[in-house]
Each structure stands twice: as C-alpha cells, then as structure tokens.
Design a protein around this ligand. Structure first.
Ligand SMILES: Nc1ncnc2c1ncn2[C@@H]1O[C@H](COP(=O)(O)OP(=O)(O)OP(=O)(O)O)[C@@H](O)[C@H]1O
Length: 858
C-alpha cells in the first residue's frame, strides 16, 4: 500500500510510491533535447571555424597581399585614366592649384605599386592568383548600374570649439578652428597626440554630443542638419564588427541597411563584391571577423589590417559624399596603407567626394595624395590650406623647413608644434617649445585666415562673420556664412553647429552662398542633390529627406539576422547558456530527486520553489558580458544613424527571447521533473509559464542595467541591488506581517520573485493534500515535543503514539501552507502582474537605450 500520497481532490486517493514521484517522461527528454540543441550550435560554430573546411588560412595572407597589389594597380591606373580623360578635372584644375593636381602623385604611387605586385604574384598560389585576377577584372569593368552617384557637398566650419566640464573646472580641448573642404578634396588632419583631432572630426561628422560645442558647420553654404549624417560615413579607429560574422555577412548587413531600398539583392551583391575587391578582401569573404567574443573567448579571423580595410569598405559602401577616416592607415602595413589611400584618391577624383582623414606620420607617397591639410596642436588651429602651403606658412613665421634635415614635411610639422618635449635645435632646427610660442603661431594663423577670407570677427556667430566670398584656395576666401538667427546660438551640437530640429535647415535666414546648393534644396531635389541632374548611369542614395535609407520592417529583418548570427555563433551564448541551465537543473534536481508526496515534504517543496526562483534571478548574470557588448555595437551604429532604435530593439528581443524561453524551460522542467513537484499537465504548464516570465524579467532587468550603467562594474552594482530586493522580499524568509519596520515590507511590490513565489506556491499547494499515512518519524516527533519542555511525560508518550502511528486516512490539507504565507491571488492575476512587470522592464530598457545613444556617440 502506498504510504505517502499526494491526494488530488479529483483523483481520490490515487497514490504514488515515493520513488515514482520523479517524472522521467518529463526531465529525460528535456535533458536530451538541451544537449542536442547546444551540440547543434557548437557544431555549427566549429564548422565555421574549421580551417580545413573554410579557413584556407595558409593561402590567405598571400592572397591578401596579391589582392592588395592588384587593387592598387587597378586604383592607380583607373585614377590616371580618369584624370587624363577629364581635362576639366586633370588639366585645368591642376593649373589652378586645386585638389585635382594629383597626376604626379598617382604616377608615383603606380611606380611603387608595380614592384610588390609582381613580387607577390610569383609567390602566390595559383588559386589565389586566379581569385585576385578575377576580382581585378570585375573592378576594371566600366561603371555599371550598381555604381552610386554622389551628391557633391562643400563643407565649411567656422570657429569650432569644444570644452568639457571637469572636476577641476572647464577644459577647452578645441578652440576656434576654421576651415573648409571642397568636393573632390582629400584633406589630412594632423596633430600631435591629444591635439583634438578625433574631437574635431567627431564634431564635423555631427557625431559628437558630449561637451560644450561652439561654432558652425556649413554644408553647401547652409548650416548642417542631422540629415547630413546620412550623406557621410565615419570610419573610427576601432571598428565594432560582430566577431562571429563573416566578411560577407558584415557587408551584406550594411548593404541591406544603407543601400537604397529599391535595389535588388543581386545589385547589392555586385556592389559588395566591387567594394571588397577594391579593398583587397575578395578572397576573405567567407572569413570570420574574429577577435575577443563577449565572454572572453578568442576567435581567429581577419588580421588587423584586413579588419581595417573592411571598416573602410563599409565606410565607402554607400558612396558617401563625405568620408571621415580616423587613422585609416594605423594597423596597416605600409603597402596596404598606400593601397587603401590610393583607392581613396581615385574615389575622390572620380566621384567628387570629400575625404577628411586624421593621420599620423604618413609616408611620403601618402602625404602627397592629400590636397589640403589641417594642423592642430593643443586644440588650436595651426594651419589649414593646401598641403604645399604648409611649409611656406611656417617659414614666414621663422620656422624654416629643411627637407634634408626634417624629411617629410608632415613629420616636420608635427615635430614643430609638439611642445613639452626636449627638442635640441641641432636636430630639429627652430621649433616651438613653449605654449606661448604655440599660441602666438595659432593667433597669427587665425588672423591670416580671417583676413584672407574677408572675415574680420573673432566669433563665428558675429555679424562680421556673415560675409561670404566665392574665391578658392588656402589663403583666398572660400565662402563664409551668416550669423544664426537669434536664439540659435549657444552650446550643444544641435543648436551650435547645426539647426537641430528643423530651424535653420529650412533656411532660417541663412543665405545660400555663391553657387552653392543649399542642403534644403538638396533635400528637396532628392538623391542627386541641388542642381545636379540624375545620371542614367548611377543611382543616388534614395530620398535624403528621409532619415534612413530603408524601411523599419526591412531594418528589423536585417537586424534580426545579425542578432541571430551573433548569438548562435558565440559558444558562450546559446550553447553555453543552455548547457549551464541544464546542468544546474540536473544538480538541483538530483538534490531533491523524487521528493515524496508526504506531509514532511512540504518544507522541501517550499525550499525548492524558492531556490528555483532565486536561480532564475541569478542565472542571467552569465549574460552580462553579452549585454554590455551589445550596447557597444548599438551605440556605434546609433552614432551613424544607421537604423531606427525601435527596429533594433524589436529585432534584438525577437532574436533573444526564444532562446531565453528555451533556457528557462530546460532548467525549470528538469528540476520539476526530477524532484517530482505537483503532477499533472496543467500544473506543469503553469509552473513553466511562471518560471519563464521570471527569467525573462530577470534577464531584462540586467539588460536594462547594462544599458543604463556607464560600465560593466556599475551594471553589476545595479543588478545586485535589484537581485537583493528580489531575494529578500520574496516572502520566503520572513512573514511580512511580523516585520517590525512595516514600511520596508512595501518593497515586496518591487519584487517579481514575490509574485512568482506566490504563483508557484499556489500552483503547488492549492487544492492538494499531502499524506501523513505513515505518521511522523521519531526525529520529527522529538523535534516537535522539544518545543513543549513542560509537558508531562505521559502526555508526551500519548502524542508520540498518536503522531507516529500508521493511519491510511491521515492527510494534510496544504491550504495551511498558503494561508501561512497569506497568499491567495489567482493564477491569472499573478501572470498579469508578472507580464506587466516584464513590459515595464522593456520600456525602461528601451528608454535607457535611447538616452544612451544620445549621450554617447562612439
Ligand atoms: N570627456 C572628456 N573630458 C575631458 N577631456 C577630454 C574628454 N574627451 C577628450 N578629452 C581630452 O581632449 C583632448 C583631445 O582628445 P582627442 O581624442 O580629440 O585627441 P587626438 O588628437 O585625437 O589624440 P590621439 O591622436 O592620441 O587620438 C585630449 O587631451 C583628451 O584628454
């Protein structure tokens, strides 16, 4: 006869032996499924990384070099023929001293290119050579329908400044920087470390929102709007690619997001191939990006130089009008650097783009590719104008340049303005050594610049700065601007540099300068911009009046694909998490294996329910690294306004939620089945629902903390605070009505665990009876009797007999457990509360994400 039974009201006295309380039919399939599921994703990741199947690493570097050589030859020869076939660009412009005077440079680069190309080709494997040749042929094809036309944009910046509030007071890192860049110009941004180059470029690219910003940025003569961002591309020093994606997948992702929505899949693929070939990456299209995954695992993938070239490939994919490159050659070997910059040169010549590149110690051939240069030092403008004008300007200040002594003029310029170091005159000649000298030179240049541009005001917003001139050249005027309408000055990028939400974008009293096309008219004219007619050969970037190139559903689909690749290929993510959950479940389940349906098991059942919930609160911590890494990817994309934040959020949640549900169920059902909690499909399903909600909430809170917090440490602190509230105020440890400081018990309403604990407790004990047919054990009886020390021995003996004797009709109504905790909410109400809690967590996360994107730009 079964002596320990859980009597269901409807099931009469159907009993189970203690050993059979475990539900093998539940937990065994779950455990098997979890291992197969994790194994599947691990195998997929392994196959992707398997050198024999995909890597072809041995040949890669050689092919890469060969590809690079080919690309350079291709770039250079195309640039030369482009110059020769366009006298308007080559001959006439060269005579004016305009940026197009590049033929000698291109010739020089071609000479450099020919040597290594031949050399590497002979060394390369036949297959590599074949692939490289293929890609050369592709790139030599005439511009096809996949080419993009570029709206030419002229930039002018006036009095750009940036200061930060620091604990020691305001810190000016950039002051009064003036200059311009014309379509078809490659501009070098030079300066010693800490000069403010990155800050300056962030400001020009409208990707900076921290700090107090001053000055103005004009695009085609009017203040830049946020939509200018869509016509630009910014290649940061450090890329932010998802390490588990391949080169091709990264390019496809960006192509789907930023190329015109009307483009067919085939056309996008052609464009991707074109750009990858140009960057010498055609051979590596199936190679994983690699690097350190969130969680610490290292994945081998592209080399540093290849990653850099991929970042540039992404930057040029949509043919932006203005391309900002932060240290494009750092991390590249000198030949690859020359190749990449050679391509940039051809690009600006053929498509009238503007390239602004911060650069350290460029080799001579690269330096000569630049048309103009801007030199910063200690946040001050030391020079801006044609590259050739750099040395004459400083000579006029008494700092003579000697090519034999100083080498490349860019190196000399950096030495000249670097202060704070010992610079013996016999090595360096006359240089600036004090801040006063530096400030004097900066003031002299500013005066010279303003005078030569017909600007006589100190402040860009002063009425005097409003005059404009149509001249060109470094010391001639290149167009000015007008003062902003009243109320549009002040700090902050939205008001100081561009017109924020609409204001000056609509004209706002700003004149359209000379023959420039205003951005407003550019927007109105559609993709081809201003007066430029649509070309039959090319297609523009879509409607620039719209903030994004593609629709929200399309962005959502594309982002969903990226998220899925990102999480399923990281062994620490889906596979690792599933295995962790199932094994924690197995250990916990083993501890409570086959919990009998007896009165004495009530305590164990309670403990198990509480432990289950606390593990749901703790388990998401294994994903904290993933959440903080995701934030980095999102912020990087947000700074470029690649897609709608809502699309990202929906895709992210859609991608991770199914895996979270699987993990939650694997854990919960394993424990539930092994321990043998209340039997029955309905009870099991209810428990699964509550556990899933609990885990989704806990994971979402950690996600929110990762986004709200400035770094992972703070994210941990916030999460631990929340977890503490969850565990302490769940109701398990203390009866709230017995707490002296009653006010603190109100905190239970912040505890999702409190509601989940109630729901699981009710699920387990409502309407159920535990058997006491076998009576209590001698230990239990002695424990109870010990609580009544004054009871006479005869009475104790009677109670002992009564409590230990077998009685098949003895049952314990577990309603008492529910009443003890004063629980009574219906299951539906608990689900609704937990659902609301989850929705609030999502709202908080999304809000935090929007705020974070506004606060940080890179
Ligand atoms: N948030 C900030 N608060 C205070 N100072 C800052 C902040 N961000 C940057 N700076 C300071 O601004 C100055 C310019 O930094 P920036 O990164 O623009 O220089 P850089 O010329 O790009 O240097 P590098 O060549 O080394 O990258 C540095 O001295 C830096 O310490």
């Amino acid at each position: 006869m079964p002596d320990r039974v859980l009597i269901q009201p409807t099931a009469g006295t159907a009993g189970l032996t203690p050993g059979s309380t475990t539900v093998i039919a539940l937990w065994v399939p779950v455990v098997v499924f979890a291992h197969l599921f994790a194994g599947f994703w691990l195998l997929k990741t392994w196959l992707l990384n398997s050198p024999s199947l995909f890597g072809r690493k041995g040949a890669r570097s050689m092919r890469s070099k060969s590809g690079v050589s080919q690309r350079l030859a291709s770039s250079v020869s195309a640039a030369k023929s482009s110059l020769r076939s366009q006298p308007a660009l080559g001959g006439a412009a060269a005579a004016e001293g305009s940026p197009r005077r590049a033929t000698p440079v291109i010739d020089a680069v071609a000479t450099v290119a020919e040597g290594p190309e031949t050399e590497t080709e002979t060394e390369a494997e036949p297959e590599a050579v074949f692939e490289a040749l293929e890609s050369v042929e592709a790139s030599r094809s005439p511009p096809a329908a996949h080419s993009l036309s570029v709206a030419p944009l002229a930039l002018e910046w006036q009095g750009i400044g940036c200061s930060y509030s620091t604990p020691t007071g305001p810190r000016q890192v950039l002051a009064d920087v003036w200059g311009s860049a014309q379509p078809g110009e490659m501009q070098a941004l030079l300066g010693p470390s800490g000069a403010g180059k990155s800050t300056f470029m962030d400001i020009l690219a409208l990707r900076k929102s921290v700090g107090n910003l001053t000055g103005r940025l004009l695009v085609n003569g009017v203040r830049a709007t946020r939509r200018f961002v869509r016509k630009t591309s910014y290649v940061p020093q450090e890329d932010n690619f998802v390490p588990t994606m391949t080169t091709w997948e990264v390019m496809s992702f960006y192509a789907d997001i930023i190329l015109p929505a009307e483009w067919s899949k085939q056309r996008r693929r052609v464009r991707i191939r074109e750009v990858l070939s140009e960057m010498g990456l055609a051979h590596a299209h199936r190679t994983i990006i690699g690097g350190t995954l969130p969680g610490g695992l290292m994945m081998r993938g592209l080399s540093g130089g290849e990653r850099k070239r991929l970042a540039i490939a992404v930057g040029i994919l949509a043919a932006p009008s203005v391309l900002f490159l932060d240290e494009p050659t750092s991390g590249l070997d000198s030949f690859a650097a020359l190749t990449v910059m050679g391509y940039m040169k051809r690009m600006v010549l053929e498509q009238s783009q503007v390239v602004v590149a911060s650069i350290h110690q460029p080799r001579s051939a690269i330096w000569q590719m630049f048309d103009t240069a801007t030199l910063l030092a200690s946040g001050r403008l030391m020079y801006t104008g044609p590259r050739e004008g750099l040395t004459p300007w400083f000579s006029s200040l008494g700092y003579a340049y000697d090519p034999n002594l100083h080498g490349v003029s860019s190196d000399w310029a950096l030495d000249l303005v670097a202060i704070g170091f010992a610079k013996p005159e016999r090595f360096y000649g006359a240089t600036m050594t004090t801040r006063d000298q530096l400030m004097a030179a900066a003031s002299a240049f500013k005066a010279h610049y303003l005078a030569s541009h017909g600007l006589d005001g100190d402040e860009p917003n002063s009425p005097a700065a409003g005059r404009s001139h149509g001249g060109r050249g470094p010391f001639a005027s290149s167009g000015g601007g007008a003062p902003p309408p009243a109320g549009q000055g002040g700090s902050g990028i939205a008001r100081a540099l561009c017109c924020g939400a609409g204001g000056a974008a609509r004209g706002g009293g700003l004149p359209v300068v000379g023959s420039h096309t205003s951005l407003s008219s550019l927007e109105a004219a559609g993709p081809f911009g201003g007066s430029r007619p649509p070309s039959a050969a090319g297609v523009g970037l879509g409607d620039v009046a719209s903030k994004f190139a593609t629709s929200a559903p399309r962005q959502c689909r594309t982002l969903l694909g990226r998220e899925l690749l990102s999480i399923t290929r990281n062994p620490f993510d889906v596979a690792g998490r599933t295995l962790t959950f199932v094994w924690v479940g197995i250990i916990m389940g083993a501890l409570y294996y086959g919990t009998p349906f007896t009165a004495t098991s009530a305590r164990n059942r309670l403990n198990l329910i509480y432990m289950l919930l606390s593990f749901y609160c703790l388990m998401p911590y294994i994903s904290m690294g993933l959440y903080t890494a995701d934030k980095k990817f999102y912020l990087s994309d947000a700074s470029s306004q690649l897609y709608r934040p809502g699309a990202y959020y929906v895709a992210k949640i859609a991608a991770i939620t199914p895996f979270q549900i699987i993990c939650a169920c694997v854990f919960g059902l394993t424990v539930y089945g092994m321990a043998g909690l209340r039997h029955g499909a309905e009870a099991t399903a209810r428990m699964g629902l509550i556990c899933t909600l609990m885990y989704l909430i806990a994971a979402q809170v950690l996600h929110a903390c990762a986004i709200v917090a400035p770094n992972q440490d703070v994210a941990f602190m916030l999460s631990i605070l929340w977890t503490t509230i969850q565990l302490l105020l769940s109701g398990f440890f203390v009866n709230f009505h017995e707490v002296l400081l009653n006010w603190i018990t109100g905190g239970r309403y912040l505890s999702a665990t409190y509601f989940a604990f109630e729901a699981l407790l009710v699920n387990e004990f409502r309407g159920a009876f535990l058997s006491c047919a076998n009576g209590l054990s001698a230990t239990e009886v002695n424990f109870l009797l010990g609580a009544f020390p004054n009871t006479p021995e005869t009475q104790k003996n009677q109670m002992r007999t009564f409590m230990t004797r077998d009685d098949p009709n003895c049952v314990l109504d577990t309603k008492a457990v529910i009443e003890y905790f004063r629980f009574g909410r219906g299951f539906g109400a608990s689900v609704a509360i937990l659902g609301g809690y989850l929705a609030a967590c999502h709202a908080l996360t999304f809000g935090a994400m929007l705020l974070a994107a506004r606060r940080e730009r890179r």
